[in-house]
Design a protein around this ligand. Sequence first.
Ligand SMILES: *[C@@H]1O[C@H](CO)[C@@H](O)[C@H](O)[C@H]1NC(C)=O
Ligand SMILES: *[C@@H]1O[C@H](CO)[C@@H](O)[C@H](O)[C@H]1NC(C)=O
Ligand SMILES: *[C@@H]1O[C@H](CO)[C@@H](O)[C@H](O)[C@H]1NC(C)=O
Ligand SMILES: *[C@@H]1O[C@H](CO)[C@@H](O)[C@H](O)[C@H]1NC(C)=O
Ligand SMILES: *[C@@H]1O[C@H](CO)[C@@H](O)[C@H](O)[C@H]1NC(C)=O
Ligand SMILES: *[C@@H]1O[C@H](CO)[C@@H](O)[C@H](O)[C@H]1NC(C)=O
Ligand SMILES: *[C@@H]1O[C@H](CO)[C@@H](O)[C@H](O)[C@H]1NC(C)=O
Ligand SMILES: *[C@@H]1O[C@H](CO)[C@@H](O)[C@H](O)[C@H]1NC(C)=O
Length: 883
Amino acid sequence: MAGRARRPLLVLLLVAGVAATAESKVYAPTDRVLLNCGSTTDGLDADGRKWVADTNDNTWLTDSGKSSLLMAADKVDNGLPSTIPYMTARVFTMEAVYNFSVNPRDRHWVRLHFYPSSYNGIAAAGFHFSVSTSTGITLLRNFSVYTYTKALSQAYIIREFSLPPTPAGFLTLTFTPTPMGNETYAFVNGIEVASMPDIFVDPAIMVGFADQTVDIASSTLQTMYRFNVGGSYIPPSNDSGLTRHWYDDTPYVYGATSGVTYRAGPHFQIRYPSEIAEYAAPPEVYLGTRSMGSDPRLNQNYNLTWTMPVDANFTYVARLHFCELLLSRANQRAFDIYVNNKTAQSDADVIGMTSEKGVPMYKDYAVYVSEEPDGQAMWVALHPSVALRPQFYDAILNGLEIFKLNDTAGNLAAPDPEPSRLLAKAELGAGEHEVPKSKPHPHMAKVMGGTAGGAAALGIVAAICVVWYHEKKKRDAASAGGSHTSGWLPLYHSHTSNKSSGHLPANLAGMCRHFSFADIKVATKNFSESLVIGVGGFGKVYRGVVDGDTKVAIKRSNPSSEQGVHEFQTEVEMLSKLRHRHLVSLIGFCEDAGEMILVYDYMEHGTLREHLYMGGKPPLSWRHRLDICIGAARGLHYLHTGAKYTIIHRDVKTTNILVDGDWVAKVSDFGLSKSGPTTMNQTHVSTMVKGSFGYLDPEYFRRQQLTDKSDVYSFGVVLFEVLLARPALDPALPREQVSLADYALSCQRNGTLPDVVDPSIKDQIAPECFKKVADTAEKCLAEQSIDRPSMGDVLWNLEFALQLQDTFEGGSCGRRTVGDGSGSGTGRPALEPSNSNGSMASVTTLGTSSTSRAHEACVIMEETDDEVANSAAFSQLVCPTGR
Ligand SMILES: *[C@@H]1O[C@H](CO)[C@@H](O)[C@H](O)[C@H]1NC(C)=O
Ligand SMILES: *[C@@H]1O[C@H](CO)[C@@H](O)[C@H](O)[C@H]1NC(C)=O
Ligand SMILES: *[C@@H]1O[C@H](CO)[C@@H](O)[C@H](O)[C@H]1NC(C)=O
Ligand SMILES: *[C@@H]1O[C@H](CO)[C@@H](O)[C@H](O)[C@H]1NC(C)=O
Ligand SMILES: *[C@@H]1O[C@H](CO)[C@@H](O)[C@H](O)[C@H]1NC(C)=O
Ligand SMILES: *[C@@H]1O[C@H](CO)[C@@H](O)[C@H](O)[C@H]1NC(C)=O
Ligand SMILES: *[C@@H]1O[C@H](CO)[C@@H](O)[C@H](O)[C@H]1NC(C)=O
Ligand SMILES: *[C@@H]1O[C@H](CO)[C@@H](O)[C@H](O)[C@H]1NC(C)=O
């Protein structure tokens, strides 16, 4: 199809890419120091940046290092992006001052790099310290890197600050160990001080107070979040000289509907207008967007929302970056912007503000965030401006940054989050993740892979659960007094009777609730066999009702199994850290009386498998099946790439894909999952083979090396299971058919696969869609993991298949002939630009769509072929006509 769509697309490209100009500029700092603290030699980090030695006779430490020691970390964590600067530290026993001479006219970045490790035998937990500047700002106070990283499950952190110009011409950083007996120290692994262009000039609008602004120019800012919205991670080396990290925003998109992402083609040019600082964000950020989707009805009924936990009692500035990539007239796409549920701006129209396509802009909105009982967060939401009656009910965002401003007392520091005991314990058992210091990896410094390592490295508060736990625990401690906890859960302990509201507090915020054993007994009618809905890896699963009417699934472990304890802990650990529309959510747990019980959202429609065969249920339509596979693929893709570490599920199968009341697929059962290889040139985790037969990756089986591609293999089996509606292993069948993977592959290779497809869906599948899905499944089952696609590729292919199916069904593109051989490309008539307005003509169809599916089906292509990539972008525009 892509091939056929090519010619018209080329024409469009010419129309769109007329003005090819502006090379992106690279900022050259007027002064810059990267200090490799505690090291006596210079070295390069994984990005190739040079870090200079911080020896005792250096010019930066004011006392020539008398009060400090050069030390080396006792172990290497393979979550580190590079050995430099993290493997050495300067350790302070008393107050010490670094003094940097700086250009007095420029703002400066100060980035502090910390790696929590024991240093020369000093335990990681022994470091508590404060850092302040000569400009009178407290950056950190009684800070424990160990506690912080432990609570958020990070290998290292970078704290990034932006300091206003210092007329004195020098900038000092004072490290002060917190006095706590004689055992506390301060440390730092790396310090970056670099001039930056003035991208914080104009005051920010105070949201909710029309005539008030906040002065950013004179403030010190701490970067809390920085997202390349709708795009992927941008490393410091690709940030036009400003060396910022830009992360993927996906994990912070809130709610069920996360919109669609779009990326402009390779020839699209970004033109910075003179009024926007050229360096506000690199072109890469502006070249991609997240928008609401193409269904105007759906868009009017939801907000495209991001939510990001922050510290209480500070003013924050949300900087929203926009660049219109598709439309070029005013009032085609206008929307309202809400920050923390208050209207920050109504009727924002990017073209209205920039007057041209491809011209970037940003807006700063400030809000004060006070302490909230359940933890506080920044909310940024977009909603189509219905009042303006724009051509498309849609909204876009290209980049998002959240900065914390110093308070009036010059403080930026917040209390540490509460450490999680389970995580600490899991860490102890995670020996295989640690590379002994005696043999550090030879290529370690060269390998970057910052994507995985850094997802939360800016000091982003990722584990909301833990923060909330902290707050909650304080309150509970006050009210409940001596409640005990056996200490293996990272969750708070309270009594359900204290709860005032009749509804579960659990939701996206990762709040986990404790149930008493009595509560559970009531909920399950004393573990009535009639309520058993499954027998899981470590015990039975019951249907239950809590709080009068809330349906839950309750998983009770078999307390006698040691294996059970471990898997239970893994699952709690994983689930309390992961929140995603396509992963089941944990509501709470019960650990009374030696029980290990987990309480989940109830999945009305049960497992995928029971809708395919042996469930006595009516067979699912092909459309539903594909939808569910796409959802599951999305969940797995998130596991592999969305969290800080790659998480390998290890037990992907149709009984672990659940379906809720709205037919949304959710991946479940994290009992076997593993934090996968992260960076450091290590591509696998060695482990004992676990998982389910029939789905096991042969390479994993042979070499006992687990990679995310093992999940891809299992998912390939799931796809064939969905097509053929038969179990992965069926010993009752003739020998060559026992293993579904082998059988389906042989059918696929000799062309007989269509003959063995589940008869109940055979007539529903569009031939092209079938081919796409079967080809994808085949690729997933490649013998060598290296030949298998990534979960992201699988996801893309399935979405594409769905689009082919849509086209076939005729609803979305008004064509019914794709399957009959005469076929043309997706929506070809709309594609023919008859004149220079051709692109507009097709664009207009966007707003009139009535296909609620269409926006889901349209995604960015990840294939390298430029034309193909553009055809996807294009079909996003043209396909969903509902005329
Ligand atoms: C830092 O160095 C500058 C000279 O570069 C000097 O004037 C200043 O007094 C020093 N500050 C401290 C706190 O030592
Ligand atoms: C510093 O934090 C620790 C806990 O992390 C606490 O026990 C101690 O009292 C704090 N010290 C000060 C001076 O605030
Ligand atoms: C800390 O102080 C205690 C007594 O107050 C002493 O026994 C111990 O040796 C000291 N530790 C260090 C590292 O100085
Ligand atoms: C960084 O830029 C280089 C050169 O433009 C490109 O090859 C590389 O893929 C980019 N890296 C990322 C992670 O974007
Ligand atoms: C925030 O401010 C309130 C009121 O001043 C105070 O009670 C609370 O302890 C503060 N919270 C933090 C985390 O500083
Ligand atoms: C914004 O509204 C959501 C519910 O829609 C709520 O959960 C959240 O706490 C609100 N945020 C603020 C800052 O008020
Ligand atoms: C969008 O968010 C605003 C502010 O929180 C809220 O008033 C509005 O009801 C939300 N709209 C929808 C459709 O959720
Ligand atoms: C931050 O501190 C500066 C002085 O260092 C002050 O002028 C500014 O108002 C403070 N910012 C806020 C938001 O209070």
